[in-house]
Write a protein that binds this ligand. Structure first.
Ligand code: F3S
Length: 304
């Protein structure tokens, strides 16, 4: 069997040297050159363990789970998803050099939360999971004014003062689910202010997948299990009627998925490096005995 492999565009890393996943990785690599052997990542810089492993192996950047593990005078790279204010305070206390890799689009939600709280507003922050790093980073900007909730729980909320309440969202939610959840909420509480912050990179990746999922009906997403935006890509493909799977690496592909298929769409999350997607594509070709010429390579490596 041979299969047409359609690569969704855009897919893979978001941003450039100044923002997004590319910006975060770029900043970490620059820091490792400036502070060789003394550069630390506080948690996963982006939600992809293969990227983290590469930074550790090729640039000697160490990953720690707690800031207290970092020796004085080292550089700490703060993740793309943002960090709570206490992390900055602790870094200062330990005399660390802070390399802030927070995506500016996440910073914008953090700033908004602080501003609204200072104006006496109540905030409802809608996240994919209450333990997601971005959700924690935004919540801690104004914890006394913020209710952290998720898409499956938002309808259980009873909002006492909707006129004085603003809904903010995580940047990587499902556009389909969020739109429907927020419009139901707005119907229930017409006075509520809703300021969605799903970022353009997430929206564009989902839009491409939704269109191709409807046309082709079979979608494979390359993304790490902890990556919110990758999981949402699989969900929007499925919600658009396609058979859809998410794989972390090519090893997770199953040959029976391809039986009877003539076309497959491949997309990848904003934290998935192109080299990983390329390996998945190559394995699909092997499974389906597809000729090399049938997909159009468009590899843009940050970490070759
Ligand atoms: Fe930023 Fe959106 Fe990427 S918030 S890190 S541009 S997925």
């Amino acid at each position: 069997m041979s299969i047409d492999i359609i690569i969704a565009k855009p897919s893979g890393f978001c941003g450039n040297e100044k923002f997004g996943v590319r910006g975060a990785i770029f900043k970490a690599i620059q820091a490792s050159k400036q502070y060789p052997g003394k550069t630390y990542l506080l948690g996963e810089i982006v939600h992809n363990s293969h990227v983290v492993k590469q930074l550790e192996e090729e640039f000697s950047i160490k990953t720690v789970q707690s800031i207290s593990e970092i020796p004085q005078g080292s550089a700490v790279v703060l993740r793309a998803h943002g960090s709570a204010p206490s992390v900055y305070q602790q870094a200062k206390k330990q005399e660390l050099v802070v390399v802030d890799a927070t995506c500016p689009l996440v910073s914008s939600v953090q700033n908004k939360a602080r501003k609204l709280a200072s104006e006496g507003k109540r905030i409802i922050y809608l996240a994919s999971s209450s333990s997601h790093d971005e959700a924690i980073s935004v919540y801690h900007q104004a914890p006394n004014s913020t209710i952290l909730t998720t898409l499956d729980k938002i309808h259980t909320l009873s909002i006492d003062d909707p006129k004085n309440t603003v809904v903010l969202t995580q940047t990587t939610l499902s556009t389909l689910e969020t739109e429907s959840a927020l419009s139901r909420l707005k119907k229930k509480y017409p006075e509520l202010t809703i300021v969605p912050h799903i970022c353009p990179a997430t929206t564009a990746r989902q839009k491409a997948v939704i269109k191709l999922a409807k046309e082709v009906g079979f979608v494979i997403i390359v993304g790490h299990p902890t990556s919110s935006n990758s999981n949402r890509l699989r969900e929007v493909a499925q919600d658009s009627g396609a058979e859809a799977y998410i794989v972390d690496t090519e090893k997770e592909l199953k040959s029976n998925w391809f039986i009877g298929k003539t076309k497959v769409v491949v997309s990848s999350g904003a934290s998935t490096p192109d080299w990983l997607t390329e390996k998945v594509v190559e394995k699909i070709k092997t499974i389906t005995q597809t000729d090399n010429s049938q997909h159009n390579k468009s590899i843009n490596y940050l970490l070759p």
